[in-house]
Design a protein around this ligand. Structure first.
Ligand code: ZN
Length: 147
């Protein structure tokens, strides 16, 4: 693996070992659960909305390093963003992990996940938290699934 690949892997392992915003949010109205049956990843995403802004966001769950690191980095990236900005980032992130050559502009550290597009099964791991966030923002109580 090249140097850049090693760096990317370190970022993911670091977030897997020490996930950020890894706790429930008490008393928030928005919450959704996601499940990726292919890998066994489970995630619960909590969002504290202040009008259109994501004042706080956190998650809980268990799963592989990719799913956990993705959820951790998603919460870091989206805290303080508006719903519209969050939605745009979701779309950019989704393109990054599914489309060959997608640049991931504006994603910051999240570009480390560009490597998963080589592994279609891993795409579901990387996008689980994002799909779950979308459910939480839409106020669906249903369980999100990447299937
Ligand atoms: Zn997984």
């Amino acid at each position: 693996m090249n140097e850049l690949g090693d760096l990317y892997q370190q970022v993911i392992l670091d977030h897997n070992r020490q996930p950020r915003n890894f706790h429930p949010l008490a008393g928030v109205a928005r919450k959704a659960e996601g499940h990726n049956p292919l890998c066994g990843d489970r995630v619960t995403v909590y969002v504290d909305l202040d009008g259109e802004r994501l004042r706080d966001i956190s998650f809980e769950g268990s799963g592989c390093a990719i799913s956990k690191a993705s959820a951790s980095m998603m919460t870091e990236s989206l805290k303080g963003k508006t719903r519209e900005e969050a939605d745009r980032l979701f779309q950019t992130f989704h393109r990054l992990v599914t489309e060959e050559g997608a640049a991931g502009e504006g994603l910051g550290k999240l570009v480390v996940f560009s490597g998963v597009r080589e592994f279609p099964v891993r795409v579901k791991c990387a996008t689980l938290a994002w799909h779950t966030l979308r459910s939480a923002l839409q106020g669906e109580s249903a369980v999100a699934s990447t299937e």
